[in-house]
Write a protein that binds this ligand. Structure first.
Ligand code: CA
Length: 138
């Protein structure tokens, strides 16, 4: 029983302390799917879909504790968002702990269109559903 309780508490904690991370997914059905937004100099911005792939998506999913990447999307699949397009030509090796550590063309150095920002779907969406249930029952 104690193990089960710790499991739920960990899931809830992941959701409660979201604001400590500097990447988020917006416009999807859960916090584990959506348009990729990254916090830079206190402002949320988006990521261009040039060179955007599953390796990059994996870094985002892991940073958010959202499991494995299911899809790396482009063409503003989850909407174009507002604010600057912070990153273009993202080149993650897969071992980065945060998207901000991945190589790119440089912060804000892009001619990318807002209609071409990237999105991610992570496998962890299921965890969001179970966490919601645990909030009801605890
Ligand atoms: Ca890439």
């Amino acid at each position: 029983y104690a193990n089960k309780l710790l499991f739920w508490m960990r899931l809830i904690a992941i959701n409660r302390f979201d604001n400590s991370v500097n990447v988020r997914l917006v416009g999807g059905h859960s916090r584990c799917a959506g348009r990729v937004e990254v916090l830079h100099r206190g402002q949320w911005g988006t990521v261009c879909d040039d060179w955007w792939d599953l390796v990059d998506a994996a870094v985002v999913c892991r940073e958010l504790d959202c499991g494995e990447p299911v899809d790396a999307l482009g063409d503003a699949h989850f909407g174009s968002g507002t604010g600057p397009i912070w990153m273009s030509y993202v080149m993650c090796t897969g071992s980065e702990s945060t998207l901000k550590n991945c190589g790119s063309s440089g912060w804000g150095k892009t001619h990318c269109l807002h209609s071409k920002v990237s999105g991610v779907i992570c496998s962890g969406e299921l965890f969001q559903i179970t966490t919601s249930l645990s909030n009801i029952f605890l």
